[in-house]
Design a protein around this ligand. Structure first.
Ligand code: MTE
Length: 337
């Protein structure tokens, strides 16, 4: 992963967000406590509001997704005083190597991904393994909107309103055995529809694999997402099901998941296999541990440009330390990066 960081300069959030979104966001964010609030919002903020994201491109939601919108808990978690990244940037500046290595490739090529029907397999150390059509897999879960920072290891960041449900709720359903210590996620492998898997780009040993320690997966912030900006996930963002762990670098957030396995050993992950000294298993956002080829002390908040590069200091655990730091008590995060 290569990056370029331009010079720092000040950039107000009102410079990068349409005024209508900026003003309505300010009103809502004023209602959240300490930048992090589970529910407890005024009732108007709970209702589905199609005008909340006026720049969103309409999708073609499957029936099960539309059915869940009325019970969705909007703005269940928010960030304070930070503008939501415009939809256009979140969907046209992507990493999804199955569709090419340039940031614009996934938007251009991911139309070939077939997300219906979609099957999810649950296996390994669980009392209730299974193979589910996605609409059946999703039945037990209420959707929540989670507005999170996303920090890529390449030192750019965004703020994205995801829609999903806590992994803890899935684990309750499938009942991990006493031997389950980690959870492993696998992306679809289908060279017919994923041009990156047929290209000569041989660095990645497909399928893309990621993993979490079980207690990390149980943290209330860790979710499986099926939507963003009030609609189903666009293909380039990992439709129809992806992981989101906001305190970790973005490469942990594996896209287009087809298999979830509970395992006793730490799974070998894709980026670790490519370059273990650059990309660790934990991959917690940490401004004090640099990537061997660049600093992690700062990040570029998108959208950014030559005249407003929008550089900001990186926050420990991407600003979620209060919720997750205790997971790593006693660990040396320089060694376990
Ligand atoms: N998942 C798969 N299957 N393939 C990928 O190439 N890239 C990762 C992650 N998930 C990737 C993936 C990286 S490096 C990042 S930063 C995020 O997806 C980017 O998510 P976004 O494109 O929705 O912003």
């Amino acid at each position: 992963m290569l990056i370029k960081i331009p010079f720092a300069s000040a950039c107000k959030e009102s410079d990068v967000t349409p005024e209508s979104i900026y003003l309505s966001r300010r009103a809502v964010l004023g209602a959240s406590l300490a930048g992090f609030a589970f529910s407890a919002l005024p009732s108007w903020a709970q209702a589905a509001d199609p005008s909340r994201y006026p720049d969103v491109e309409a999708g073609k939601p499957p029936g099960w997704f539309s059915d869940k919108l009325t019970s969705t808990k909007w703005q269940a978690v928010t960030v304070q005083n930070e503008a939501i990244t415009p939809f256009k940037d979140a969907t046209h500046y992507n990493n999804f190597y199955e569709f090419g290595t340039d940031k614009g490739d996934p938007a251009q090529n991911a139309g070939s991904l077939k997300t219906e029907p979609w099957t999810v397999v649950i296996d390994g150390e669980v009392a209730k393994p299974g193979r589910y059509a996605l609409e059946d897999f999703m039945k037990p879960y209420q959707l929540e909107e989670r507005i999170y920072r996303l920090r890529c290891v390449e030192a750019w960041s965004m703020v994205i309103p995801w829609m999903g449900f806590p992994i803890a709720a899935l684990l309750k359903q499938v009942e991990p055995t006493a031997k389950a210590k980690y959870i492993r996620f696998e992306t679809l492998q289908d060279p017919k529809t994923m041009p990156g898997q047929r290209s000569g780009f041989a660095l990645i040993d497909w399928p893309y694999v990621e993993g979490l320690r079980l207690d990390e997966a149980m943290n209330p912030l860790a979710i499986l997402a099926v939507g963003m900006y009030g609609r189903e996930l666009p293909n380039q963002n990992g439709a129809p099901l992806r992981l989101v762990v906001p305190w970790k670098y973005g490469f942990k957030s594996v896209k287009s998941i087809v298999r979830i396995s509970l395992v006793s050993e730490q799974p070998k992950t894709t980026w670790q296999s490519i370059s273990a000294n650059e990309y660790g298993f934990y991959a917690n956002v940490n401004p004090t541990v640099d990537h061997p080829r660049w600093t992690q002390a700062r990040e570029r908040r998108l959208p950014s440009g030559l005249f407003s590069p929008n550089i900001r200091p990186t926050e420990m655990f991407n600003g979620y330390g209060e919720q997750v730091a205790s997971l790593y008590t006693g660990m040396d995060l320089r060694k376990d990066y």
